[in-house]
Design a protein around this ligand. Sequence first.
Ligand SMILES: *Cc1c(COP(=O)(O)O)cnc(C)c1O
Length: 467
Amino acid sequence: MKYVSTRGQAPKLDFDDVLLTGLAEDGGLYLPEFWPQISKEKMQDWAKLSYADLAVEVMEPFVHECIDRKTLTELCHKAYGRFRHEAVTPIKQLGSQVWLQELFQGPTLAFKDCALQMLGLFFEHTLAKKDRAITIIGATSGDTGSAAIEACRDRQGIEIFILFPDGKVSEVQRRQMTTVDSANVHCLAVDGTFDDCQDLVKACFNDLDFRNKVGLSAVNSINWARIMAQIVYYFYSALRLGAPEREVQFAVPTGNFGNVFAGYAAKKMGLPIAKFLVGSNRNDILSRFFNANDMSIRSVEPSLSPSMDIQISSNFERYLYFVLDEDGQALAEAMTTFRKDGKLPLSNSAFTKATEFFEGFSLDDEGTLKEIKRVFEQNQELIDPHTAVSTAHADSLDKSTGIPTIVLATAHPAKFGEAVKKASGVTPELPPHLSHIFSIPENYKLLSNDLSMLQALVMSEGAATIS
Ligand SMILES: *Cc1c(COP(=O)(O)O)cnc(C)c1O
């Protein structure tokens, strides 16, 4: 399998290089050259597999030139052996046609673990094979940071720096990052906002000299390996609810569009998914797009579901590439216009194509609290504010279609305990493996919002082991 850039100007790469590169040289995102096709018979066999064994089957066609089956099997069992539930992503019934798939059973309680636990192992394996080292610099508004740290800590050949806005992540989120005691982990509290953190990271990528010197790499969902690992749980739940004979649909709390794009990839591989229900909070650019062809950027407002406080969803580019008939040049022009004018103009025919299998929905904070309460009262189930957007969407649908809706539960309610308590009156408990984070010392440095200071710090603390 080779990978091509959405913008068509960067060299084709194999999996190893796509993994280590992150963003393509032409500014595009990497995609597989074709989608492996899974027959009905194969899916019927897959329905019997454990999560880790299913992960091997789903990912093998994407990586087999670079990672042999035996190694892939070891890595999958290692990654998913760390999850708290035997089913890895267990499924619960919420209503007559509505199911909840818990993607938060990994070490840091957010769905990011499903892919990042694999990514850390892929990095370690590939770096050892190539005798290389990398530096990861990532920005987080909360969930990605701890999942990336947990995936990369103590791994050979990796130094990881995570930037978070000082005072603007929750105490649980901060302590999940800063209480990790590993020599290759560096937490930096930036005197600024999440956008400032992201701009610092982008500036590091744009400084080619620095980028090459430290071997810079990415852990956010521009990295194809993350999308690939997320395809697995779509197969897992759909096959348990009757696919390939029966169609299903997925309701997905959406920010950067990485999660829902992985579902689209599963559909491209043959999984019978009738619809994707894209959930947003008050930052509703995606639901405005899917419902009214209005993709126009407004300012980002803080909400109870901070991982969805986004206006420019980086992975939407991967979807748009297919909407525009895999025309890299047309895609590059559309993205340039979007950045310049703050608006993405799509022709009627492209819009019709884009909405064939997608539908948008948005819910404000007040609605989110009500929905958490409703689900608690009806099901005695606590859900987090991100998940609530999608359970509300699922609840609003016409149930007479007979198509089951699977809501992806993207975070454990205890990660957003305050909002959950406000809505339901109940404080969700942190799983026991995390209760110690409140009693052990934190370890992080304060950093001014200053690129040269960040680069100097990376060079002095980490890069020495790289060069
Ligand atoms: C990251 C995140 C999302 C958004 O996922 P995308 O892949 O960026 O669309 C939703 N919910 C939670 C809890 C998250 O951590």
